[in-house]
Write a protein that binds this ligand. Sequence first.
Ligand code: MG
Length: 163
Amino acid sequence: MTTFRIGQGFDVHRFCRGRDLWLAGVRIPSDLGLEGHSDADVALHALTDAVLGAVAAGDIGEHFPPSEPRWRDASSTIFLEHALRLAADRGYRPVNCDITVIGERPRIAPHRHAMCVSLAGLLGIDEASVSVKATTTEGLGFTGRHEGLAALAVVLVVSDELG
Ligand code: MG
């Protein structure tokens, strides 16, 4: 029997100076990075929560508490890989994902392809099954004031176990 499940994730990080900006596992040239305990990759955090949500396995804060010194400056790819392992333990693998990065800057378009390649590699799926979109909030709210970035992620997972 084939079973599909869907998960969604949302995350926000504040801009800061003196840190690299990582999005979807790609270092993006920018004068501002994102504040956070790990590398603060807001797109990977949203996607990690989406994978965890799809298999009802808690959330990223539960699996990787910010109070843990070992996650300081950690690559967020570790978090996604852990979530994918938990999904695999339950018999699920990702089918496709759709991510929206919300903010006024930096421009995502020049980096979209690299981000899709990175995500496809992490998820073990085809690039054609990975979508990265970007939007602004028309100058409104914290993203409009250039205070930080938000990201939304949706992922579909499938189990092909014979039942
Ligand atoms: Mg986060």
